[in-house]
Design a protein around this ligand. Structure first.
Ligand SMILES: CC(C)(COP(=O)(O)OP(=O)(O)OC[C@H]1O[C@@H](n2cnc3c(N)ncnc32)[C@H](O)[C@@H]1OP(=O)(O)O)[C@@H](O)C(=O)NCCC(=O)NCCS
Length: 341
């Protein structure tokens, strides 16, 4: 049969559907209760990388069949010493035969070739799982854990709307100097600068545990480039922002996204309230209003997933109040790559 080889994903329909078949087999074996992978997402990474990021995709092949996948991301404008393994999966029928190690070594070689000497990778396990192959694998590869997060899920059919209305009324009473703005998709021109400032704060204000992550540079151009990539990928996003009426400045925001081809699972992305505006229940008000905003456009929504650093007490308290419950543990791991091989 010969040894497995690693080749770049070539973008043909055949190569992409073989790639998605591996993702789907892994998803069914490892995490069946999440949105199924789709060709649109793989094509998105190939054709529409996020601004300031290079994305490379590699397939492990054996006897003409794709049996493993590797996606790596390299930042071009900040954190340029880091390679992020966005995805490393081996088909369940081919595990424990060194394919994962082969892909891992390939990521290291690619990283070295571009002068990057830190490798970051994430693992996920369900809340009640004691032993997780991904964690055992990355530990065996020599990586050290740098963050611990808990993933929480909201079941939309369990929402207590009367309770949410009460909480919202309290939050509105505590934040009378603020009005909310909402939009679907790209950022309205009037708010691009404000959103760039908030997006930059999002990379410095959230707890990062032991992860060394340089602040990201965000400006109006990058916000618009990100919005264009979201649209080109066919993703949908819903935003609610809070404006401080006396100054007209944006004080906080929250975003919920859907990947192309999926309308049942929403992803709660960034939520931020600037320090000067905290303590007025804006976080809860933003989230409750954004959830209503999303539900009015996405009637098939069943679950919303979110994740928080275990140290992020305030955000966790808001999520628990809304009805999010722990379902997963996520960890980020780091490997320092030796400069000589
Ligand atoms: C994690 C994963 C990539 C490993 O792929 P693989 O091809 O089985 O990995 P390898 O055969 O190269 O394993 C290398 C070592 O990792 C450890 N390991 C991997 N899977 C393990 C498991 N299920 N139980 C215990 N140890 C395991 C072992 O030490 C193994 O060496 P050994 O087989 O000689 O004992 C695969 O299980 C997978 O796709 N999981 C789902 C996706 C995921 O969790 N990715 C992690 C992010 S990198």
């Amino acid at each position: 049969m010969g040894p497995a080889t690693i080749t770049p994903l070539d973008g043909s329909d055949e190569a992409i559907s073989a790639w998605v078949a591996v993702q789907r087999a892994c998803r069914l074996a490892d995490a069946p209760d999440t949105a199924l992978p789709s060709a649109a997402r793989v094509r998105g990474d190939l054709e529409h990388p996020w601004p300031g990021t290079r994305i490379d995709q590699w397939a492990a092949r054996l006897a003409g069949r794709t049996i493993g996948v590797l996606t790596i991301g390299m930042r071009l404008t900040d954190n340029t010493d880091v390679t992020v393994i966005r995805e490393l999966r081996v088909h369940p029928d081919h595990r424990r035969r060194g394919i994962g190690t082969l892909l891992w070594r390939h990521a290291i070689a690619q990283s070295r070739a571009t002068g990057r000497y830190r490798l970051l990778v994430e693992t996920t396990r369900t809340i009640d799982c004691e032993v997780e192959p991904g964690e055992l694998f990355v530990t065996r590869m020599g990586a050290k854990r740098v963050t611990r997060e808990t993933g929480r899920r909201l079941a939309v059919d369990q929402l207590d709307d009367a309770d949410l209305r009460r909480r919202l009324a309290d939050a509105e009473a505590a934040s009378t100097d603020y009005s909310l703005l909402q939009w679907v998709g790209g950022t309205p021109a009037d708010h691009v600068d404000g959103m760039a400032m908030l997006a930059a704060r999002m990379t410095t204000d959230v707890p990062l545990d032991d992860l060394d992550w340089e602040p990201e540079a965000w400006d109006a151009e990058r916000v618009q480039a990100r919005d264009a990539v979201m649209a080109a990928r066919g993703n949908r996003s819903y935003t609610t922002a809070a404006r401080h009426d006396p100054t007209g400045e944006l004080a906080g925001y929250t975003v919920l996204d859907f990947l192309a081809g999926n309308d049942e699972y929403g992803w709660q992305q960034d939520t931020l309230v600037l320090p000067a505006h905290r303590g007025r229940r804006l976080g809860l008000r933003l989230k409750v209003e954004n959830l209503s905003h999303v539900r009015s456009h996405e009637p098939n929504l069943r679950f919303v997933d979110t994740r928080n650093a275990d140290a992020n007490d305030h955000m966790i308290a808001i999520n628990e109040a809304l009805g999010f419950r722990p379902v997963k543990r996520h960890s980020e791991w780091e490997l320092t790559i030796e400069e000589a091989s």
